[in-house]
Design a binder for this molecule. Structure first.
Ligand code: PXG
Length: 465
């Protein structure tokens, strides 16, 4: 057996990684040339790499480590559950205590009549469940032709064949035969990038009305559901104009179309409420959950569904499920995570204390010459980089060039801040302190300075014509 310890030299770990590990969303050869960064441990909001660098993780792992790293209670919960009952399935007329307790807790936390949970191992799987669930629901209702799902361009709903089809990422659709049939995409409510000279609220309304146009075009009798993230995450933390969601809700209500809120990122405190749907006043029929549900300590996802849907679905046998649906260890870890979020009032703190503090610091980054806008809700924020603030111009260079340069500077300054195209994004652990927020803002500003200098030096501070 190869024993890999933290003491193995970094270069050896990198070589083994390059030889045997295929990374998601990564150009393997480029990564090998560059040398992968090896993360060895983490505590609170701080990662440590194999070279001993301490890095402020402003992405919360991958939008998920809401309670921060290193909480012993979750390790204890996992160990206890592994000893007692490491696995049993929930398929054949059986259940277990952790899945019962977690389901009851989620029903209590979820808004409205969202009271039943179908489990998955991830957000992608949960959205695959949703495709089959809403189509089966309508078939059960005697309307099997209602099988179209409408989503949005630049949405992210996962990477499996079904969820990748729901998503609106063109790079993903270009590989592997996506999208599957009967998924349609409308334009996103991205005023900064696509709104031109329009008023943001007018633009928000116009983008919402694209849903109505699409429904009319396809025929309402064909449309099963609309799916959207309350705030687009992987697409670049795009916060819609205030006019957008009320109009979407009105349209879904008018045509009786099911609304799926993908809460994989927005859920569990990220926006300052338990769910993004509460922050944005949405009444979904289904919420997709994952990530913050367990703070990433164990893989788990699911769909929380309304009584209306559960009643119909429970009237048939839904031929669907995963070996790890309601995995007892993941459920026990998720329960302990929810206990910590609740008892330590972490969501309230984001809403009332640290969120507003981060917002103030984040907004001040908009004063930087390279930043066209700074947007933030709760603890998910974005900066739009631009060569020309006043006109919100895009760079003449390929999209993502400036963002990548800035991200590299962040890494060099021991800050994990991602880029999506030329937008910089953050989603830190919700437990980040004011002092750590100061550090985040200082490192971000320094990285922006260095990125601007590099862009000038390379002649890249030019606006696209
Ligand atoms: N829905 C949303 C809104 C997500 O953000 C998924 C579903 C899929 O979840 P799983 O657990 O299957 O990954 C996600 C995941 C990025 C990035 O680059 C974002 C995600 C995953 C990987 C990378 O920002 N979000």
């Amino acid at each position: 057996m190869t024993a890999i310890t933290n003491h193995m030299p970094t270069a050896d770990l990198q070589a083994l990684d390059a030889a045997h590990h295929m990374h998601p969303f990564t150009h393997g050869n480029e990564l090998e040339q560059k040398g992968v960064r090896v993360i060895t441990r983490a505590k609170g909001v701080t990662l440590t790499d194999s070279e001993g660098n301490d890095i402020l993780d402003a992405m919360g792992g991958l939008w998920c480590v809401n309670i921060g790293y290193g909480r012993e209670e979750l390790a204890q919960a996992a160990a206890r559950q592994m000893r007692e009952l490491p696995f049993y399935n929930t398929f054949f007329q059986t259940t277990h205590v952790p899945v019962i307790a977690l389901s009851a807790k989620l029903a209590e936390l979820a808004p409205g009549d969202l009271n039943q949970v179908f489990y998955a191992g991830s957000g992608s799987e949960a959205n695959d469940t949703n495709i089959r669930m809403v189509r089966t629901y309508w078939a059960q209702m005697g309307q099997p032709e209602r099988n179209v799902i409408i989503s949005r361009k630049n949405a992210y709903h996962g990477s499996s064949v079904g969820s990748g089809s729901l998503g609106g990422m063109s790079g993903m659709h270009a590989q592997g035969g996506l999208p599957i049939p009967d998924i349609h995409h409308i334009d996103q409510p991205y005023w900064y990038g696509e709104g031109g000279d329009s008023d943001p609220e007018e633009f928000g309304l116009a983008r919402a009305r694209l849903l109505e146009e699409k429904i009319e075009e396809l025929g309402a009798h064909r449309v099963a559901a609309f799916i959207a993230e309350p705030i687009q995450g992987a697409g670049g933390v795009i916060i819609p104009p205030a006019s957008y969601w009320p109009e979407i809700q009105r349209i879904c209500d008018k045509y009786g179309i099911l609304l799926i809120a993908d809460e994989v990122i927005c859920g569990f405190g990220r926006t300052g409420s338990w769910f993004g749907s509460q922050t944005l006043n949405i009444r979904p029929d289904i919420m997709t959950i994952a990530k913050g549900l367990s703070s990433g300590y164990a893989p788990i996802g699911g769909s929380i569904v309304s009584d209306k849907i559960a009643k119909v679905m429970n009237d048939c046998e839904f031929n669907h499920g995963y070996t790890y649906s309601g995995h007892p260890v993941s459920c026990a870890v998720a329960l302990e995570n929810l206990r910590i979020l609740e008892e330590e009032k972490i969501v309230e703190r984001v809403a009332e204390e640290t969120g507003p503090y981060l917002q103030e610091k984040w907004q001040s980054l908009a004063d930087h010459p390279l930043v066209g806008e700074a947007q933030i809700v709760g603890m998910m924020g974005s900066l739009a980089l631009t060569p020309h603030k006043e006109s919100r111009a895009k760079f003449a260079a390929d999209a993502g060039t400036a963002g990548y340069i800035c991200r590299e500077r962040c890494f060099a300054n021991n800050l994990v801040m991602r880029h999506v195209g030329d937008r910089m994004i953050i989603s830190p652990p919700l437990v980040i302190t004011k002092e750590e927020i100061d550090t985040l803002a200082e490192r971000a500003w320094a990285s922006l300075d260095q990125a601007a200098a590099k862009l000038e030096e390379d002649g890249l501070m030019k606006a696209a014509s």
